[in-house]
Design a protein around this ligand. Structure first.
Ligand SMILES: Cc1cc2nc3c(=O)[nH]c(=O)nc-3n(C[C@H](O)[C@H](O)[C@H](O)COP(=O)(O)OP(=O)(O)OC[C@H]3O[C@@H](n4cnc5c(N)ncnc54)[C@H](O)[C@@H]3O)c2cc1C
Length: 423
């Protein structure tokens, strides 16, 4: 058994490395006392499979703290406009979101997921944080109050004072916690919709706008995710689709184009016909009752998707996870400061319990609010009748044309939880 004295993080996806870096930056731990375990092989991390991300200002401010915001901004594209259309091209609303920079300190950025992942991994390593790949966590155990033991599928075991689960929506850390509480293993619900995701070459004339377009029973978004590429997503309701990312062939591009002809706006044709990578995936999430389960037990705490998964269409999953990393760091730092002068300043189960409870209190309400909003919006957009659809279009036009800027800005704040976090 290798004894890791302080902190184990499970998962080197998006929140895991950020968590490690914040803990070092705030001097909660030294880099040498943190170890991150990742199930994937290292070469899989840089694979261009997977989605692009829209990182809102809330997320960018956390990346700023660990010094990677500039690199992310250079690898991605700042999104300056939001444009909402009906599928036939009729404009429903348009808005300049360049004001995000002044109001929250950063623009919203589109970036490819694999690029972001690679940047975060390199930054964590450059700080001296050890990352072990090909290490799949099987279970965590807390037989006594003094430490937690992580067991991996290759039979190795590691011990630490704190274990942070950043192992995503299928979290084994979470499953272990539920088992310890005598509950059912976490299982996921099919959301009722699937998405087709494409990455297209970006034409010069494509601007830095986030386009959102609605049709009856489906909607489409597209935004730039790198200086050379544009991603697009079509969401629609579907009986049941597998969760795995299914790579589609170039020949499918034509079929997808034909099957979604109701989107007649100009960017639709440009983006879809230029598609270089195409995937289909069913969207799953944690059932409602799991959202009320605690995010920690003993020396173990969850962050990001392992604590709370959210449907991707609002583009908030990563942002919520990044805010978790910041809040967890703050409460651990506060707890550590209160212990100054205590002779044995190792983390007691009581001190961790207090910190984890406070973390959950601070994060759970804004998170649930955004998850509910996300679920409601997808329902409204995809499961509506023809009448509802036309009503929604009219209401949207009215909303965008009648409101003053302050009201619309406040609505953006509410929608993305900015008001609770940053102002
Ligand atoms: C199509 C799509 C589009 C999205 N777009 C956006 C967006 O625009 N904006 C946004 O904010 N969010 C978006 N999201 C959500 C976002 O991707 C997630 O919320 C975010 O990745 C969560 O980060 P995480 O670190 O919690 O989990 P992940 O990024 O999933 O990382 C978990 C890591 O843990 C590893 N792991 C899993 N099990 C184990 C194990 N047993 N042992 C060791 N390691 C393990 C995994 O290999 C992985 O590397 C999108 C999601 C999807 C599906």
């Amino acid at each position: 058994m290798e004894n890791v004295k302080q902190c184990i993080i499970i998962g080197c996806g998006l929140t895991g490395p950020v968590m490690g870096m914040l803990l070092v930056k705030y001097k909660v731990f030294e880099a040498k006392d943190i170890i991150i375990f990742e199930r994937a092989r290292e070469e899989q991390l840089s694979s261009s499979l997977g989605a692009s991300m829209c990182i809102a200002s809330t997320g960018m401010s956390v990346l700023e703290e660990i010094g990677v915001a500039e690199q992310v901004a250079n690898a991605g594209v700042a999104i300056s406009r939001y444009c909402y259309q009906k599928c036939d091209g009729q404009q429903l609303g348009e808005y300049d979101i360049g004001y995000f920079k002044d109001r929250y300190g950063s623009m919203m950025y589109g970036v490819e997921r694999h690029t972001l992942r690679q940047l975060l991994l390199e930054s964590a390593r450059s700080l001296g944080i050890k990352v072990l790949f090909n290490k799949s966590l099987e279970r965590v155990e807390q037989e006594n109050d003094s430490h937690v033991t992580a067991t991996f599928s290759d039979g190795t075991k590691y011990q630490s004072q704190i274990l942070i689960g950043a192992d995503g929506i299928h979290s084994n850390v979470r499953k272990s916690l539920f088992k310890q509480q005598g509950g059912e293993q976490a299982c996921l619900d099919y959301s009722g919709y699937s998405l087709i995701y494409g990455v297209a070459e970006r034409k010069n004339e494509m601007d830095s706008t986030f386009h959102s377009s609605i049709a009856l029973g489906k909607y489409m978004i597209t935004y730039p995710c790198s200086p050379t590429h544009q991603c697009w997503v079509i969401n629609k309701s579907e009986k049941e689709e597998k969760e795995q990312w299914k790579m589609m062939h170039q020949s499918d591009v034509e079929r997808v184009f034909k099957e979604n002809q109701e989107f007649q706006n100009t960017y639709f044709k440009d983006t879809i016909t230029n598609t270089k990578r195409l995937f289909k995936v069913g969207i799953y999430h944690h059932p409602q009752d799991l959202l009320s389960q605690p995010w920690s037990l003993g020396r173990v705490v969850l962050i990001g998707d392992s604590a709370h998964s959210i449907s991707p269409h609002l583009g908030q999953g990563l942002n919520l996870g990044l805010q978790d990393t910041k809040q967890l760091t703050i409460v651990l730092k506060q707890q550590q400061q209160q212990q100054v002068g205590v002779r044995d300043c190792s983390w007691t189960i009581e001190s961790l319990g207090k910190a984890f409870k406070l973390y959950e209190i601070k994060r759970s309400f804004p998170t649930k609010m955004i998850i509910n909003k996300s679920n409601q919006q997808i329902k409204d957009k995809i499961s509506c009748t023809t009448d509802d659809f036309e009503k929604e279009c009219l209401q949207t036009i009215k909303y965008w044309s009648n409101q003053n800027i302050e009201t619309i800005q406040n609505d953006f704040d509410r929608r993305f939880g900015y008001s609770q976090q940053q102002k």
